[in-house]
Ligand binder design. Structure first.
Ligand code: V47
Length: 477
């Protein structure tokens, strides 16, 4: 038996009239036939229509899958569960690239075919200059950062995303769920030591916590810290709350907003292309659900962020498809404030066989994102996952936001990130200025809180001595 999954365009056609296939957004998608048992991964492909998150019939990966993510079918050599698609996109001719350059300078929108051509453009520095040009028009020499704290209320999660190193089953070693009192105490401790303006709250899909837990949590946090913006819950969590309560997205969001929700982070988007999404996070909401939640939030005046998880099994066509779906929604609502490409980290998850995206690949993805998403104002390099060196380099590839002096990050550190958990503000200023740019401290919704001119070296550096006790929930020494 065989299944068909979409494959990347086999050849980038240079005749634009020939480049419209039957796939979404005009991308050509030739079917690739995989034998049912190839690489063991087909067992992991669950037809989403057969899944009911509430019935607990999530696909099981454990029976024939080692922790390292290799198939251990008896008597056979182990085979990687996930493989990167090796794409060989032919370099586009110069006149195609010249036309793209003309469009960018004229402020004209790039097409899907343009985007595909950029993935094959041979001169990465040229691409960087184009992206910087597009970014300069939006935010000039400004580079934003904020001062925030990440808070993950629980790592217990029903979704078994193949890329996730953070999740645990309830009762498993390392599983935790914070009480409202613990979360408030943690947030208070942070605020006493650091002038954070934002709590970034992202959690697992806990099978048993009632929706009231989240409402009570937001109310308690906003009562305790009225000046701290609560950026909380990915669209997948909102989808989950709607599932467990039977409420509409609008009803869920209304209740959360009344309790203190200020805006929403961009997580859970992963890759929209259904064939990849089913394989890496088949239990999660579909792309359509993710987009519908953001559409609803925007309709209620709630600003949101957007992301894309890259550097795993997705193709260039999948990335372009993802960007264009975000662009289409933004045309409709104008509610996204920033796009954040998230580089897949490969430690301690079922996709550990995959190599991670290199800095040059990362630079290309950031630059193309800046150029394709002409209607999303900001592009964020989340330094805590990329490393500060790469994040700084990305300032030359369209980035105008370095996120912040994040305190205690778990999701990427459990997946292998080695960056420090927090960074003093003066270090961030140094990195931004070194690129000839002007650091600006922002709040969550990009209001300017403080501009730091060349000579403005604050003597009141934020503490860099705060350390996080490994494994302790929210404990700060
Ligand atoms: O949706 C999980 C990603 C996201 C891994 O809105 C991984 O400002 C790489 O939403 N390797 C959650 N990525 C984080 C998130 C976020 C982060 C930073 C800023 C903002 C914002 C939002 O983390 C998930 C998933 O895409 N993720 N595991 C991993 N192994």
């Amino acid at each position: 038996m065989a299944r068909t999954i979409p494959a990347p365009p086999l050849a980038l056609t240079h005749d634009l009239s020939d480049a419209t296939g039957s796939g979404a957004n005009g991308l050509r998608r030739d079917p690739l036939v995989l034998p049912e048992d190839e690489g063991g991964h087909v067992r992991m492909v669950a037809d989403r229509d057969l899944l009911d998150p509430l019935a607990g019939n999530t696909p099981s990966f454990s029976a024939e899958t080692s922790p390292e993510g290799t198939s251990t079918t008896s008597g056979k050599a182990s085979v990687p569960l996930f493989r990167r698609v090796r794409e060989r996109l032919p370099a586009p001719p110069d006149h195609i690239l010249a036309e793209i350059e003309r469009k960018v300078h004229a402020g004209e929108r790039l097409s899907a075919v343009d985007g595909m051509a950029l993935f094959a453009a041979p001169d990465l520095l040229w691409l960087g200059r184009l992206a910087r040009h597009a970014q300069r028009r939006i935010s000039g020499d400004t580079v934003f950062f904020n001062i925030n704290r990440h808070l993950n209320l629980t790592n217990v999660c029903k979704a078994k995303c193949a890329f996730c190193s953070f999740r645990r089953d309830d009762g498993e070693a390392g599983a935790y769920t914070m009480t409202v009192a613990e979360a408030v105490a943690t947030a208070r401790t942070t605020v006493a030591a650091l002038p954070i303006t934002e709590l970034h709250i992202v959690n697992g899909l806990h099978p048993d916590l009632p929706f009231d837990y989240y409402v009570d949590m937001l109310r308690a946090l906003s009562d305790a810290l009225p000046n701290v913006h609560l950026k909380a819950f990915t669209a997948v969590e909102i989808w989950w709350f709607a599932r467990i309560t039977g409420k509409s997205y609008a009803e869920v969001l209304h209740e959360l907003r009344d309790a203190g929700l200020g805006s929403m982070p961009g997580g859970g988007a992963e890759i929209f292309a259904p064939a990849v999404r089913r394989r890496i996070c088949g239990y999660k909401s579909t792309a359509e659900d993710w987009l519908a939640v953001h559409r609803t939030a925007h309709g209620l005046g709630i600003r949101t962020n957007s992301t894309m998880l890259y550097g795993h099994i997705e193709t260039a066509a999948d990335r372009i498809d993802h960007l264009l779906r975000l662009r289409e929604l933004q045309d409709e609502t104008n509610g996204f404030q920033v796009f954040i490409p998230l580089r897949f980290h490969n430690a301690n998850n079922r996709m550990s066989d995959l190599p991670m995206a290199t800095p040059l690949e990362t630079a290309r993805i950031f630059a193309i994102s800046r150029l394709m998403l002409d209607n999303i104002p900001h592009l964020k390099a989340y330094w805590i996952m990329l490393g500060l060196d790469t994040a700084q380099m990305l300032l030359e590839f369209g980035v105008d936001d370095l996120d912040g002096t994040v305190v205690e990050e778990r999701i990427y550190h459990m997946a292998g990130a080695h960056t420090p958990h927090e960074m003093g503000r003066n270090e961030l200023l140094r990195v931004i200025r070194d690129g000839g740019r002007e650091p600006v401290q922002r709040d969550t919704t990009y209001n300017v809180m403080r501009r730091f001119s060349r000579d403005d070296d604050p003597s009141d550096d934020l503490p860099t001595t705060m350390t996080v006790q490994a494994g302790a929930v929210g404990a700060l020494r």
